[in-house]
Design a protein around this ligand. Structure first.
Ligand SMILES: [Zn+2]
Length: 143
């Protein structure tokens, strides 16, 4: 698929709106290797557009797990629900950190489905990195 051009102005506005952090695991740009990726909330492959309202930031791990998903199964109810939308929904209404700050817990059907789909509670590389952030006092974020 040919990806339509995104201007540097749009990319910069998306980065600022996302507060320079991943919309799913909240990893901040200044603590990750490489640039956070501009992701399509509704993937181009599923009819999403390059409109700014369809763009947000994601780290490479979350973006890779999300791929072209837009919904997933809530493990508690077995129902298919939409994935969390970091542009229009509040992270702290759908998720919380475990007490040790290493894993994300889903609080709602959307939160639980997103945790499962994006491995927010189980990716061992992310958990290892977060443990160092916790040790340094950089994590977890509270807002
Ligand atoms: Zn992430």
């Amino acid at each position: 698929m040919i990806r339509p051009y995104l201007s540097s102005e749009i990319k910069q506005r998306v980065r600022q709106a996302a507060q320079h952090r991943c919309g799913y695991c909240l990893s901040p740009q200044h603590l990750v290797m490489g640039r956070l990726q501009i992701e399509h909330l509704i993937p181009l492959a599923k009819g999403g557009t390059n409109e700014e309202s369809n763009l947000w930031l994601a780290c490479s791990l979350c973006n890779a797990y999300k791929a072209d998903l837009t919904e997933a199964i809530d493990p508690q109810t077995g129902e298919m629900v939409s994935l969390f939308n970091p542009r229009f929904q509040n992270w702290f209404e759908h998720f919380e950190w475990t007490n040790d700050g290493l894993r994300v817990v889903g609080l709602t059907p959307i939160g639980r489905a997103t945790v499962m789909a994006l491995h927010l509670d189980s990716d061992l590389d992310a958990i290892m990195v977060r443990s160092w952030w916790v040790e340094a006092g950089w994590h977890p974020p509270t807002c």
